[in-house]
Design a protein around this ligand. Structure first.
Ligand code: GTP
Ligand code: MG
Length: 180
């Protein structure tokens, strides 16, 4: 008889305010999208069960506040994370430039045993806007950044159009599982 093992994976989503962290999670978990912006305050999580090979996995995804005044996360919050998802908006250069800070801050807070191999994943969101004509960060530039950070996986997404959202989160789950 085969044994089923249930695994809880803790994933933390970080990135500037307004890049679409909450929208991506809502699309993934509830298949819903809202045009309206409502800032996340503090942090909150959603869970989703999924089957990966022979494992039943519970993905616990922590949505965080991009706005500085709503950030109130202690070091304990980051501890035990299995994967960190960084999100930027392909139409906003600043949200790409600050990835460096989010990446560094995460490593400082989470303090993983091996920072060089800790699993990150990058999502370039809102690729639907203006049919891609208003994007200011090229795919090439984003991929170069990923390579410079130890070859982290990169996905271009649209929470609005539900483009690549499932694929990105499946990769997130697999990446987190590999760190478990
Ligand atoms: P904070 O909670 O402040 O950190 O922001 P956030 O990163 O959670 O952003 P949120 O998900 O609230 O999205 C911000 C705004 O962008 C909202 O008005 C969303 O409707 C919109 N939005 C999010 N994702 C997309 C997308 O893929 N395409 C388009 N066109 N709009 C999006
Ligand atoms: Mg939010």
């Amino acid at each position: 008889m085969s044994m089923r093992r249930r695994t809880l994976l803790k994933v933390i989503v970080l990135g500037d305010s307004g890049v679409g962290k909450t929208a991506l999670m809502n699309q993934y978990v509830h298949k819903k999208f809202s045009q309206q912006y409502k800032a996340t305050i503090g942090a909150d999580f959603v869970t989703k069960e999924l089957q990966i090979d022979d494992k039943l996995v519970t993905l616990q995804v922590w949505d965080t506040a991009g706005q500085e005044r709503f950030q109130s996360l202690g070091v304990a919050f980051y501890r035990g994370a299995d994967c960190c998802v960084l999100v930027y908006d392909v139409n906003v250069m600043r949200s790409f430039d600050t990835l460096e800070n989010w990446h560094e801050e995460f490593l400082k807070q989470a303090n993983p045993s091996d920072p060089a191999t800790f699993p990150f994943i990058l999502l370039g969101n809102k690729i639907d806007i203006d049919g891609g004509n208003s994007r200011v960060v090229s795919e090439k530039k984003a991929k170069e950044w990923c390579i410079s950070k130890g070859n982290i996986p990169y996905f271009e997404t649209s929470a609005k159009e539900d483009y690549n959202v499932d694929a990105a989160f499946l990769c997130i789950a697999k990446t987190a599982l590999s760190n478990e």
